[in-house]
Design a protein around this ligand. Structure first.
Ligand code: NAD
Length: 230
């Protein structure tokens, strides 16, 4: 079976009601990125950060995958599909995709603020109890924080992601401005000659432009067009 690797970003979930990052002057869902997505922001005001992700988590539990997510799932019938996502939502999971790597964490989960990658303290919050209370502690006694990779923190999943990209027969990039590293660098791991498709309604800077087919559409319409090309 041919291996298709999808690399998805915020644009993948726009049609499910989530905003992108960069289109909004450094705001994410109306908040300055420095406040809610950096380590300094967390240290300055953990309650504000937890409240932000509490709200987003509630919104996520009410959201549905869009046709783009569902079409990716459907390709599993004929292809070996892996999704590498920069998104923290769980809409690829809700669509049923089996192999998913989250580069930047998962909104449904919370973790220790002393060591966010200590798996003993990573907990998934159920939909009916999905808020972190101010001062709530993780199993190791540190403040409970969202399981989100903040800017400036390590991205432990980048190595398995790079290996998958290196094995891909095709790479499909959907809805990412490819400016956030190290994720943006993944494109460079494709083998020479591997076809690369980009589904994004806007022009996106990428250094792989020589062998890139740009489908200039949103995620759902773009996926339909990509499937026609297969
Ligand atoms: P970005 O905001 O930098 O870029 C979004 C891209 O999506 C843009 O190129 C835009 O043209 C495109 N886009 C807009 N509407 C689209 C549509 N309907 N279909 C397809 N593409 C569309 O996002 P990024 O590159 O993913 O980087 C932002 C970071 O912020 C991510 O790493 C992620 O961790 C985080 N983030 C996550 C979510 C989420 O989980 N849903 C949402 C916003 C931001």
């Amino acid at each position: 079976m041919k291996r298709i690797v999808f690399l998805t970003g915020a644009g993948m979930s726009v049609e499910s009601g989530f905003k992108t990052f960069r289109g909004n002057d450094g705001l994410w869902e109306d908040y300055p990125v420095e406040q809610i997505a950096t380590h300094e922001g967390w240290l300055a005001n953990p309650t504000l950060v937890n409240n932000f992700y509490n709200r987003l988590r509630k919104k996520l539990y009410a959201a549905e995958p869009n046709e783009g997510h569902l079409l990716i799932k459907e390709l599993e019938k004929d292809y070996d599909v892996t999704v590498i996502t920069q998104n923290v939502d769980n809409l690829h999971e809700k669509a049923g995709t089996e192999k998913i790597i989250h580069l930047h964490g998962e909104l449904t989960k919370v973790c220790s603020s002393k060591d966010p990658d200590d798996h003993r303290y990573i907990v998934e919050l159920p939909a009916d109890h999905c808020e972190v209370e101010p001062g709530q502690l993780a199993g190791d006694g540190s403040l409970l924080r969202p399981f989100i990779v903040f800017f400036g923190e390590a991205v432990p999943m980048i190595e398995p992601a790079a290996e998958l990209v290196a094995q891909a027969d095709m790479l499909v990039i959907i809805g990412t401005s490819l400016v956030v590293y190290p994720a943006a660098g993944l494109v460079q791991y494709t083998r020479p000659g591997t076809p690369i498709y980009l589904i994004d309604p806007d022009d996106t800077p990428t250094r792989a432009s020589g062998r890139l087919t740009h489908i200039k559409k949103g995620a759902s319409e773009g996926m339909k067009e990509f499937i026609k090309l297969l």
